[in-house]
Design a protein around this ligand. Sequence first.
Ligand code: AMP
Ligand code: ZN
Length: 460
Amino acid sequence: MIKLYNTANKQEENFIPITPNEVGIYSCGPTVYHYQHLGNLRSAIFADTLHRMFLSSGYNVKHVINITDVGHLVSDGDEGQDKMEKGAKREGKSVWDIADFYTKEYFHSLDLLNINREEYNFPKATETIPEQIDLVKKLEENGYTYRISDGIYFDTSKFSRYADFAHLDIDGLRSGARVEENKEKKNITDFALWKFSPKDEQRQMEWESPWGEGFPGWAIECSAMSKKILGNHFDIHTGGIDHIPVHHTNEIAQSECANGEKYVNYWMHNNFLNDAGGKMAKSSGEFLRLQTLLDKGYDPLAFRYYLLTTHYRKEIAFSFESLDASTVAYNKLIEWCKENKKEDGEINETYKNNFLNYLYNDLGTPACIALMWDLIKDNSVNDSEKYATIVFMGDTLGLNFSKIEKEEIETSDEVKELLKARAGARLAKDFAESDRLRDEILKQGFVVKDTNNGQELSNI
Ligand code: AMP
Ligand code: ZN
C-alpha cells in the first residue's frame, strides 16, 4: 500500500487511485523567463521520484508538467511587472524567444538529472489559451466572476470553502493588505481570471477574448491544462509549498466552481531549498543553477542524490560543504558499481521489499539511501545478488546505476600474459599452477577472481 502525505488533509493517507492501476499527476512546472534555480529543480526531482515510485509499483503513470510561458505578474496579487516581459527587456529579445530559450534550457536540465522527458506531457500555457477562455466563460455562466477596470475577477466569497485548503486567515490578510492592493476588488483574496492589456502600453503576448484583448490570470492555465490532459478530477497535484496559499488555492476554487466536481484527491508539496538568504529565488539576481554545479565539476546525479538524502517535506539549507559530502558518498556508490558489476545476479527480495516499503511510505528516500549502504556492508548477501539489488535501488531513485560501465582496468602486457597463462592452466585443471599465477598477478597489484564470465581483474 502506498501512503502519501496530503496537504489538503494535513495527514498521511493510503493512496487509492481513481482508476485501478492508473495514476494521473499534474506538477506545476517552470516559468520560462529565466533559468531554473536549484530550488526549482528540487521540485522537478521530487515529481520525478514520485513518478518512478509509481512506475516501480506497476502503475500506468500519466504525468503533466506545464510550461508557464505566458507572462504573469511579479506579485501574487496580480499586480506589478510581467515576468516574461521583464525577462525580454533584460536580454533585449522578444518574449517568444525568451520562452523558447528557457524552455530548452529547462529540458536540458531535466536530461542531466535523468528525468525521462518521453514519459511526461509538457503542455505550454500559450498553446491552451482557448481552453483557458472556455473555463473563464464557464465560471461567468456559473456566476462566480465580476468585471473591474483591469480585468475579470473570481469572487472568492462565493466559494465557501475557499480558505480551507491553506487554512487562510482572511481577516488577517485583510488587515495586512498592502497599499498597492487593487481597491476595486470585492474581497482581498479575489484573483484575476483574465487581465486586460493596458491601454498605454503594447504587450508582446496578448489574445482576443469575449471580454476584450488581454491575457490569462496565473492560475487558470493549470486548471485548463490539467482538465485537458487529465480530466476534471484527477489523482495527484504537486508543486512547491509556496504554491499552497495562492496558486493552488485559486486553482481549486476555479476548477471546482467551473466543473462542479472535486478537482484533486492528493496534494503533495515539496519544501524549499534555501540559500544563505532563505528560500532560493530568482528575484535575488545571482542564483545557483545546474550549470553553476557543472562548472564547478559536480555530477548532476550527485546533486539528485544530495536532495534525496533529505525527505521532500523538509527544508534543505544548501551549502557546497554538504553537497561535497554527498558527492563523496555518491562517488563511492559509483565506484562500487564499477568494481562489482555482475551480469547474472538476482535481486534480493528482503532488501527489495524493505526498500519499497520505505519508498511507499510517503517517499522515504533518506531511509532508502541508508538501506543501500546497509546492503553494501552486509556480508551475508552474495556479490552478484548485492550488485543486482543496488542497481535496482539506484535506478528506482533515478540515479541510473544500470548505465554505469564496468571499470576497464589498465594493465601491463606482463599481467595480460600472466592472465592468459592462468586461463590455460585452469583449462588444463592445473590448479597449483593457476594459484601460483594468481599470486604473481597479486604481486603486480591486481586481484583476480574466477566468475561465470571468466577471470575478472580488480585493483587491490
Ligand atoms: P517557477 O519557475 O518559479 O514557476 O517554479 C517552479 C517550481 O519550483 C514550483 O513548483 C515552485 O513551487 C518551486 N520552487 C520555487 N522556489 C523553490 C525553492 N527555493 N525550493 C524548492 N522549490 C521551489
Ligand atoms: Zn500551477
